[in-house]
Design a protein around this ligand. Structure first.
Ligand code: NI
Ligand code: MN
Length: 225
């Protein structure tokens, strides 16, 4: 199965599984590094990792326009429904749901999940997306710090990890190296950082210490898996 991963800026990605489009954390309106405006976004399924506004983004508008369900934690799915989302799909840690392209499993993420209006938004999640033949696996970490269960994710033979590296609210560069030693992905795509950040030293360290191949995308650029 052809899998194309396109970074849309911040933590927003479009993952195309043979034309089945999965949109992750679609923060486009108000994102100065967004590759496309929200009205141009297309999706068959939308994943939202947690309730913060830079991840909820345009999920409701895109979901309703594209008839794409929003997959997220239970409390957040109730919040989405209350705010006009027609099609929501709850999931929680270690749960798996099946879709035409394959499966999505929820993982923990060490982070908050309050919604933009201050409502309790459940627990922050990460996601592992796998093609139905289990041949290609993508770990989307959401917003998180390092946690030791990343070594369990490392047992899953992850092809690509989408990892936040921007520090302050998520792990920073050196902590991301510790995470990569546990996740052991073949490739890593950084997200959730200031686009002006110089990543040359980080790329070298990733190669030398973790064995992963760093794939630094420009907003709008794609990686073919
Ligand atoms: Ni957050
Ligand atoms: Mn965030």
């Amino acid at each position: 199965m052809d899998v194309k991963i396109t970074w849309l800026g911040h933590s927003a990605f479009l993952i195309d599984f043979d034309h089945y489009k999965v949109l992750l954390d679609p923060f486009l309106t108000g994102n100065s590094n967004a590759a496309i405006p929200a009205k141009k976004a297309e999706a068959d399924l939308i994943l939202v990792s947690h309730g913060h506004s830079d991840h909820v983004g345009d999920a409701i508008e895109i979901s309703n326009r594209c008839h794409a369900p929003i997959l997220c934690n239970f409390e957040l799915s109730n919040w989405f429904a209350k705010h006009g989302a027609v099609n929501t799909m709850p999931i929680y840690v270690s749960g798996t749901r099946a879709f035409p392209f394959g499966t999505v499993r929820a993982t923990i993420a060490v982070h908050g999940s309050g919604t933009p209006d201050g409502t309790y938004g459940g627990l922050a999640l990460g996601f592992i997306l796998a093609t139905h033949d289990q041949q290609k696996k993508i770990y989307f970490a959401g917003d998180t710090g390092v946690f030791s269960e990343m070594s369990l994710i490392g047992e899953d033979a992850v092809d690509v990890a989408l990892l936040p590296i921007g520090d302050i609210f998520v792990m920073g560069l050196s902590e991301s190296i510790r995470a990569l030693k546990m996740i052991r992905p073949k490739n890593v795509i950084p997200m959730h950082y200031d686009p002006g950040l110089n990543l040359e030293g980080w790329k070298r360290e990733v190669i030398e210490t973790s064995g992963a191949k760093p794939i630094v995308l420009r907003s709008g650029e794609s990686f073919d898996l």
